[in-house]
Design a protein around this ligand. Structure first.
Ligand code: SF4
Ligand code: SF4
Length: 347
């Protein structure tokens, strides 16, 4: 992760903001993946995603830009449903995010072609979800089959994201075959791996046992040196074996503001929603942040520094809200003072 980016994120936290915004920009999806978090009946306050309203056209673009102005994120995840259902709106929105210096990640099944004009956006990462080798993936994610994905990513630059399930992890050599296949594709910049995160007490084939998880992590440790496109540090592997014990302990959940397709309902406590079994969390972003939090600076865990920063930030946020309500209930919250500039290219 870029040094300048971490400094900026820290600055946002100290001012009482969450540096990451995740938005389900549509409630529609042509896929019906088993175990999909979004279409569970508990997704948002006892309602599945398809029953939550959505914005379209200019209304959606302006709604997202208003959220960006309010929450001041450094990174916006645009998820769904299937974001490419709204590719026209995204083609309008993404350059405007770039103009505001906000990075964006579109997480898609690649069920339709990725617009060629997106190649010009250097703030954008397109993340394509590919769940296993062709037979398993096609069974889980049709109509976004391997054949379609390979056609739709041709000439593009993408990041592959795979959520490993219990079924995939029990076949020897499966993960290596998957990582090898996608490493050889010229369109692929990098590969991210998550592990299926269940709800508390959930029993289904996708769930990894403790033993499955231990074996998978050992395999990933071995593969990360052989396949440079696999974005995984040794510290992330440690974090997969020891995830946060609850949402309150989860840095990812605390730095990310997740909203559903009506652009106002909060998805809690994270994109997994409901009552996730954090002790079995396999989210790649969570593992990445946990890995950073476990780094020690002068003997102090960065996670401890984060806790103090969050408290300072909440104090700053309460102060801003008090000032806003004391002056006028109709006035927007005052803008925070300018941040010191950072060099995003430093690493
Ligand atoms: S593509 Fe994503 S949103 Fe659509 S069903 Fe699959 S997991 Fe759910
Ligand atoms: S499931 Fe994972 S990402 Fe969600 S709150 Fe728990 S630890 Fe965090």
């Amino acid at each position: 992760m870029e040094y300048g980016y971490v400094v900026k994120a820290w600055g946002r936290i100290l001012r009482g903001y969450q540096p990451v915004l995740s938005i389900e920009i549509t409630n529609r999806c042509p896929l019906s993946c088993p175990g999909c978090y979004a279409y569970q009946p508990y997704h948002v306050a006892g309602t599945a995603l398809e029953n939550i309203g959505e914005h379209t056209g200019q209304d959606m673009v302006e709604g997202v830009l208003r959220l960006v102005a309010k929450h001041r994120p450094l990174l916006v995840y645009l998820v769904g449903g299937e974001p490419l259902v709204r590719y026209r709106e995204l083609s309008n929105l993404l350059p405007q995010l770039q103009a505001r210096g906000v990075k964006a990640e579109v997480v898609t099944s690649a069920v339709r072609p990725i617009p060629t004009e997106w190649d010009l956006l250097d703030n954008l990462t397109v993340v394509v979800s590919i769940d296993g080798l062709q037979p398993e993936h096609d069974a889980r994610r049709k109509p976004a089959t391997y054949e379609r994905i390979l056609k739709h990513i041709e000439g593009r630059r993408i990041v592959v994201h795979c959520t490993l399930t219990g079924q995939m992890t029990r076949r020897p050599g499966y993960i290596q075959e998957f990582v090898g296949f996608w490493s050889r594709r010229p369109e692929v910049k990098s590969i991210r791996i998550s592990l299926f995160t269940p709800q508390v007490g959930e029993v289904r084939e996708e769930v990894l046992s403790r033993e499955d998880r231990r074996k998978v992590v050992a395999e990933l440790r071995r593969l990360r040196t052989a396949y440079p496109k696999l974005r995984l540090t040794s510290e992330m592997c440690d974090a997969y074996l020891e995830p946060p014990s609850s949402p309150a302990q989860c840095i990812f959940s605390r730095v990310t503001h997740c909203l559903s397709s009506d652009l106002k309902s909060a998805v809690m406590p994270c994109q997994v929603c409901g009552t996730p079994d954090c002790s079995s969390c396999g989210c790649a972003a969570t593992a990445g942040l946990e890995a950073i939090a476990r780094v020690r600076l002068a003997g102090v865990r960065l996670g401890a520094i984060f806790e103090v920063s969050r408290r300072i930030g909440s104090f700053a946020n309460r102060g801003r809200q008090a000032v806003a309500s004391a002056t006028s209930p109709l006035r927007p919250l005052p803008e925070p003072e300018a941040e010191p500039s950072t060099d995003d290219t430093a690493s």
